[in-house]
Design a protein around this ligand. Structure first.
Ligand SMILES: *[C@@H]1O[C@H](CO)[C@@H](O)[C@H](O)[C@H]1NC(C)=O
Ligand SMILES: *[C@@H]1O[C@H](CO)[C@@H](O)[C@H](O)[C@H]1NC(C)=O
Length: 410
């Protein structure tokens, strides 16, 4: 028996040594509410210092709140979790005509021409659904356990604009996981820290989660795979139609669906939103729930007693689903109540799907934007190599167990 075990162990050892995983795993902190972000810790600089970065599959540029040697940090968020990144001037010497800056200029729309006076400065401005950020590209050391130290490019963001009602920031910046050449995964691949541009995240409804970047083994069973739309700005599985309790919306409108982990809530065009709200109100008309305004969200309900979690109230709401049409057919993304409701601190439950027309940027996009709330407890995979997107329901709070399933090469 002992001999058998030692054989198994040496086999395991052999397998691990011949097939080293070249993915990087980040344990995530945060939640949908009240934090509003899921974030990874990145260690940057020498000596390495930690920064919390919002995991954002909806943008290409990674940046940190930054104390710039010339501009200071007047436009920075007043109290990020860590001291501002403070680069020496030489870290900001990035040739505007060079490949790094060219990648950023291609991936981030609307950057003005290089300035002749300042050829060694790579200036950018990036717009988000809420707010924008301005800075200069920097290069500095990234430290990841088990990997050689490498110089990575990211933004030194010294001027951030946020909506006036934005909550205090729980992050030091953004981890841009978009599919561009300046995106985090593409850069790690260029630095040979990973071999494939694949991203996977599992965001837990209980808070925390896990992010994989590289050639990790995705869950082997139950994954719905769809071809990634090539044409688009964002990661899109195709055209989606929303069903409420298995009923389509009047007129069967379809919109491009987009996976964006950096947006907390899900956004739908007004046409869908209005019908969703009236259907939900209809369902609740016989119930004891009373409609009220929330703190972070416009449409909430109070029960006889405060709710402690979505589990206390989910049975009163109907399931939604998205029927997604793509190049190889149709697939469904189920959205049970726990993927579209949140419970605020005072025990109200709120609709975590928002009207895109309430936001000036979202309004123009005309997407069904699938935010973090709707991706909770799903393992979502973005494979930029095979050009596929995948998802499967998973217990994302069991990150360690997930690892043994996913990282295992057996
Ligand atoms: C990310 O970069 C790619 C490639 O340059 C570009 O097509 C895409 O529009 C960018 N995405 C965003 C959200 O800016
Ligand atoms: C990801 O896909 C885009 C669009 O096809 C492509 O331009 C880009 O080079 C890919 N990135 C990597 C690192 O493979």
């Amino acid at each position: 028996m002992a001999a058998m075990w030692s054989l198994i162990i040496s086999l395991l050892f052999l397998l691990l040594t011949i097939a080293p995983s070249s993915s990087i795993k980040f344990l995530l902190e945060g939640n949908v509410y009240p934090v509003g972000h899921f974030y990874a810790t990145l260690n940057i600089g020498e000596p390495a210092k930690p920064y919390f970065l919002d995991v954002d599959t909806g943008s290409n540029l990674t940046w940190l709140e930054c104390n710039h040697p010339v501009h200071g940090c007047k436009g920075c968020h007043p109290r990020p979790p860590h001291p501002y990144y403070k680069p020496a001037a030489d870290k900001l010497k990035v040739q505007c005509g060079g490949p790094l800056c060219a990648a950023v200029r291609r991936d981030v729309p609307g950057i003005p021409e290089c300035s002749r006076k300042d050829p060694h400065r790579c200036h950018y401005e990036i717009k988000y659904v809420t707010g924008k950020s301005e800075g200069d590209l920097a290069t500095d050391i990234i430290s990841v356990i088990g990997k050689d130290k490498k110089n990575i490019a990211f933004g030194c963001g010294y001027n951030q604009e946020e909506p006036a009602d934005a909550p205090p920031s729980s992050v030091d910046g953004i981890l841009g996981l978009g599919r561009g050449k300046a995106g985090f995964a593409a850069q790690l691949k260029g630095l040979k820290m990973i071999t494939e541009n694949v991203i996977g995240h599992c965001l837990s409804s209980k808070g925390k989660g896990v992010l994989y970047v590289g050639d990790f083994n995705p869950p082997s069973r139950g994954v719905t795979w769809v071809p990634m739309r090539e044409s688009l700005f964002y990661y899109s599985p195709g055209l989606a139609e929303l069903f409420i309790d298995k009923q389509p919306i009047r007129g069967n409108p379809t919109f491009e669906a987009v996976f964006d982990s950096g947006t907390t809530y899900t956004f739908v065009p007004a046409q869908i939103y209005n019908e969703l709200v009236s259907k939900v109100r209809g369902t609740l008309s016989e119930s004891s729930l009373v409609e009220v305004k929330g703190r972070a969200l416009p449409l909430c309900w109070k029960g006889k007693r405060p709710f402690r979690s979505v589990n206390d109230v989910k049975n009163q709401f109907k399931a939604l689903s998205l029927k997604i049409t793509h190049a190889s057919g149709t697939s469904n993304l189920d959205i049970p109540p726990q993927n579209y409701l949140v419970v605020e601190e005072d025990g109200k439950t709120c609709l975590a799907i928002r009207d895109a027309s309430s936001d000036p940027v979202m309004k123009e996009l005309n997407f069904i934007l699938i935010g973090a709330v709707t991706m909770q407890d799903l393992f979502v995979i973005y494979n930029n190599e095979s050009k596929q997107l995948g998802w499967v329901r998973a217990q994302c709070d069991k990150a360690q167990e997930l690892e043994s399933v996913i990282d295992s090469r057996l």
